[in-house]
Design a protein around this ligand. Structure first.
Ligand code: FAD
Length: 529
């Protein structure tokens, strides 16, 4: 603590006086909040504050206004683009003569210098950083089973929200592998997707209203429960997907659905993404809204799971050694009537697909345990990758009908540049959303170092230029954060960026809310411009 500048001591004393018992300021205590999930980004903060009510959040914001501090909102810290943590500024990048960031801990040496950003935002002033954790605001305020809505506080985990809905015989359908830790506020701020978007939509489509603390510390009571409300600009939609750069979401009205009476999953082995697309069309034609997930998995992704996740087993005979590497599809069918009805629908689709040679092999879950085992093969892909090291991640979407073509073209271009590349391709095929991950060399990288950064710039350029050529999006569900700012500048229309900046300027003129995230600042490294 003795290394803190005296002004920081005074600020901390003021903060403690206002928020005692719900803040942490010692470096060891703050550490888990200050590094991101991927251990790639992070930086110092003056303190972590954990308000316990909307009024308390507003008080924190007003304290920040008074002391010209900036705010990094954080939910479960499972975001994958570096948006939920403060940003470090290596001393060499500080404007000459500028003091170190007013925090008690310098950024650690292993911060990737190429990802460093100012903590101050567009005007490059260095301001104290408050990490505002919503972790104490976990209440489910109400569930209205009749209206199929619930009001949930932002710090409630996704899993707790799902359980609260289930306790009232309703389904909250957002589903992500991180659901035990990620929060409703984070899901909204990133407009999260997941495995059931095909049927229920992403977070934007699952939200009716919001309560938000604005950048000047006022509370917008926008907990609208109406399905129809055409009364001007949709402010709710501005805050969803804004990554905490416009205000702090404190609560939301979420849409609920009937609980399915039966769910079954099938794992299918087939020869190509084109065959998977044909199966998708067939399954949608037959099952319509009962098809609740359709996930594509490459053999390389599957092999990583089988190798690294204990207990994983592929329920198929070995594929002939001379055949092209197989692809897999995980389908989920949900019936409002019964499990046998779900089973029957899925069997009908797969029998037809097997008979006409569209799929090579298929298994359908016969019990909850088997349902979970099949899903585990899909949900453990991210964990299985991290056992091997670092790879270059892409979360892209292209028009669904062109996804096979895209995979082929992108794979060919990567292999021309990196003959040993390992491509770990999987994703939400039913939404046209792929995680097209690339390990450029036979061995996965072990660190985010200069060599990784060079490969990453080249691979990103190949993949994202192709995405643009296919009229796709460079981020489908993970957002922009700091990871995709350069691409945002390269691929967004200048007019879109101009309108986004105008919105930011209107709602947060002091650039207090999560500065340096989403919209690029002068400190953003933009290799293309
Ligand atoms: P955080 O990581 O804490 O924050 C994310 C962003 O939201 C930051 O910009 C933060 O400032 C902002 N924020 C957080 N809370 C608030 C608030 N109350 N008000 C304003 N801004 C706020 N994502 C998907 O979309 N689909 C997936 O399938 C998926 N699978 C994943 C699987 C794994 C294993 C992991 C680790 C992550 C996955 N993710 C996925 C990414 C991540 O879980 C989501 O982005 C999630 O929505 C983030 O929620 P969080 O509470 O952890 O937010």
């Amino acid at each position: 603590m003795s290394s803190l500048p005296s002004s920081s001591h005074a600020l901390l004393a003021s903060l403690r006086a206002a928020f005692s018992g719900r803040m942490v300021s010692d470096p060891a205590g703050m550490a888990p909040w200050l590094r991101d999930y991927r251990q790639r980004w992070g930086g110092p903060a003056l303190a972590v504050v954990q308000p316990d009510s909307t009024a308390d959040v507003a008080a924190v914001v007003r304290w920040c206004v008074e002391h010209d501090a900036v705010i990094v909102p954080q939910g479960g810290n499972t975001g994958l683009t570096g948006a939920s943590v403060p940003l470090g500024v290596p001393p060499s990048r500080l404007p000459s003569g500028a003091p170190p960031a007013s925090a008690d801990k310098a950024p650690s040496d292993d911060l990737d210098p190429s990802q460093a950003r100012t903590t101050g935002g567009a005007d490059a002033r260095l301001r104290p950083v408050i990490l505002l954790s919503l972790s104490r605001m976990q209440q489910v305020r109400s569930v209205d089973a009749l209206a199929s809505t619930m009001v949930v506080e932002a710090g409630c985990t996704l899993q707790a929200a799902q359980e609260a809905a289930a306790a009232h015989g309703r389904l909250f359908p957002l589903s992500l592998a991180s659901e035990g830790s990620c929060t409703i506020g984070g899901n909204l701020a990133t407009n999260a997707g997941g495995v059931q978007v095909l049927r229920y939509g992403n977070m934007r489509e699952l939200c009716l209203g919001l309560e938000v603390v604005t950048a000047d510390g006022q509370v917008w009571h926008g907990l609208n429960r109406l399905r129809k409300n055409n009364t001007g600009y949709d402010l709710r939609d501005l805050f969803i997907g804004a990554e905490g750069t416009l205000g702090i979401i404190t609560a939301a009205v979420l849409k609920l659905y009937p609980q399915p009476a039966g769910q079954v999953a099938a794992l299918v082995q087939l020869e190509s993404p084109e065959q998977a697309l044909a199966l998708l069309a067939q399954a949608q034609g037959r099952l319509a809204a009962e098809l609740t997930a359709f996930e594509l998995i490459s053999d390389a992704a599957m092999q990583l799971v089988l190798k690294n996740i204990p207990g994983s087993r592929l329920p198929f005979e070995a594929y002939p050694a001379d055949a092209p590497l197989p692809w897999y599809v995980l389908l989920e069918v949900s019936s409002l009537h019964s499990e046998p009805a779900a089973q029957e629908g899925l069997e009908a689709v797969l029998s037809e697909a097997l008979a006409d040679g569209r799929v090579q092999d298929a298994v359908i879950s016969q019990s909850l345990a088997q349902f979970e085992q099949l899903w585990a093969l899909r949900e453990n892909i991210s964990a299985a990758q991290s056992h091997e090291g670092k790879n270059i991640k892409h979360d892209i979407s292209v028009p669904i009908s062109r996804i096979g073509e895209f995979i082929e073209a992108a794979s060919r271009q990567i292999r021309q540049a990196y003959p040993d590349a390992r491509l770990i391709v999987f994703g939400h095929l039913g939404d046209g959303n792929l995680h097209f991950n690339v390990a450029p060399h036979a061995r996965f990288a072990q660190h985010y170092d200069e060599a990784f950064a060079r490969d990453e710039a080249l691979v990103n350029r190949l993949v994202h230029d192709l995405v643009a050529a296919y009229e796709g999006a460079i981020s489908a569900e993970h957002g922009i954060g700091v990871l995709r700012q350069a691409e945002l500048v390269r691929y967004k229309q200048p007019l879109e960026l101009q309108m986004m900046r105008a919105i930011k300027q209107a709602l947060d003129p002091q650039d207090r809310m999560n500065p340096g995230k989403l919209l690029p600042t002068p400190y953003t490294r933009t290799p293309y411009h």
